[in-house]
Design a protein around this ligand. Sequence first.
Ligand SMILES: Cc1cc2nc3c(=O)[nH]c(=O)nc-3n(C[C@H](O)[C@H](O)[C@H](O)COP(=O)(O)OP(=O)(O)OC[C@H]3O[C@@H](n4cnc5c(N)ncnc54)[C@H](O)[C@@H]3O)c2cc1C
Length: 398
Amino acid sequence: MPDHKDRDAESRTHGTIVVVPTPYDAIVIGIGGMGSATVYELARRGRRVLGLERYDIPHDLGSSHGVSRIIRLAYWEHPAYVPLLRRAFEQWRALELRCGERLLIVTGSIDAGRHDSRTFAGALHSCAVHSLPHEVLDAAALRGRFPAYQLPPDMAAVYQADGGFVLSERAIVNYVNAAHDLGAEIHAREPVLAWEAGGNGVAVRTAAGTYRAARLILTAGSWTADLVPALRRLAQPERQVMLWVQPRRPELFRPAQFPVFNMEAPEGHYYGFPIFGIPGFKVGRYHHRREAVHPDAMDRSCHAEDEAVLREGIRKYFPEGDGPTLSMKTCLFTNSPDEHFIIDRHPALPQVIVAAGFSGHGFKFCSVVGEILAELALERQSRWDLTLFRLSRFDAGG
Ligand SMILES: Cc1cc2nc3c(=O)[nH]c(=O)nc-3n(C[C@H](O)[C@H](O)[C@H](O)COP(=O)(O)OP(=O)(O)OC[C@H]3O[C@@H](n4cnc5c(N)ncnc54)[C@H](O)[C@@H]3O)c2cc1C
């Protein structure tokens, strides 16, 4: 679309990007989980939006692949997420209605650990603060109800019936299709090389040209620090691995018999899903082997050491699941120092908005984060309380 690119203007200024009349209302960099929801929300508001993605849509090199992501209301991380979660559920349902495809599968959720663990106590706290219906199950009651779970007697679980999982790649596909229907322009295989803000707008450079817009939204996941070097310490990529195994008793690991789980065990914090989408019971461990990486240099092969840390949890807590390996995939967390999200305006550039540092628990929120980012871009503020996500919270620590 040559009229949206101004190669001449760029060359006239000898490499200095000048802001000329703005053909787009907003440019979104990175069309993964957050970016796909954001282009849709902007297009839904009648805005001219350009989305730029460096790989295919969807792809398996970022943070949003691997079929499924847990969604749960009993949020052990902080009760402040619960109002956003309620909205996220509504928004996922709205997308399902719009696209005619099932994207959110309700299985119930388990948040388990010792009584004083952050996962168990935090989930219970969020239930109390927000009056969420829930049950506390001791290890025997949990096994009686969901026999695949074989937790030791010193662990207990918060069961919350609304939890489940979102189909992550399908969500991205449907957001992009819906955004297209509303007139959004989205380019894949077009990495952003540089961006610059000036006056009231931004200019974004790719190998194909320079695009201009009134607003820029950065949803670049694990590559955020490449685009905003000041965020290097605040959005740190980390290698993760997901494992799918053939259960010995598959009937215990079907969605109707197996709620999604978070489990804080002495060996680590595991999470898992029933069989769905591709064969096998899916398991991961938060912060896997604690490998800080750059996404372009990350080891994307899966090794025996990767399998071993996940097998340890399966063998001990889900022995009926401990069958042959079916699939393994690497993935990326992007961790903030306190593991809460970063959703804020750039401190020096009000026309630029950053959403990053989703710290391994962001996908479930894409449907509400897209809405928040559209509000921040177009209305300058969001109706949601974003205090927990402000960049300024890191100022004091230096
Ligand atoms: C193994 C694993 C399990 C997880 N489990 C859960 C879970 O159960 N529940 C949950 O809620 N969350 C979970 N998460 C976290 C969640 O998946 C992430 O928080 C979420 O996917 C982040 O979305 P994103 O849009 O920030 O990143 P991405 O989806 O990776 O999108 C960023 C996009 O930006 C693009 N990009 C980067 N740089 C450029 C550039 N220069 N030009 C153009 N495009 C660019 C990338 O190619 C990418 O497509 C998990 C994450 C992992 C890795």
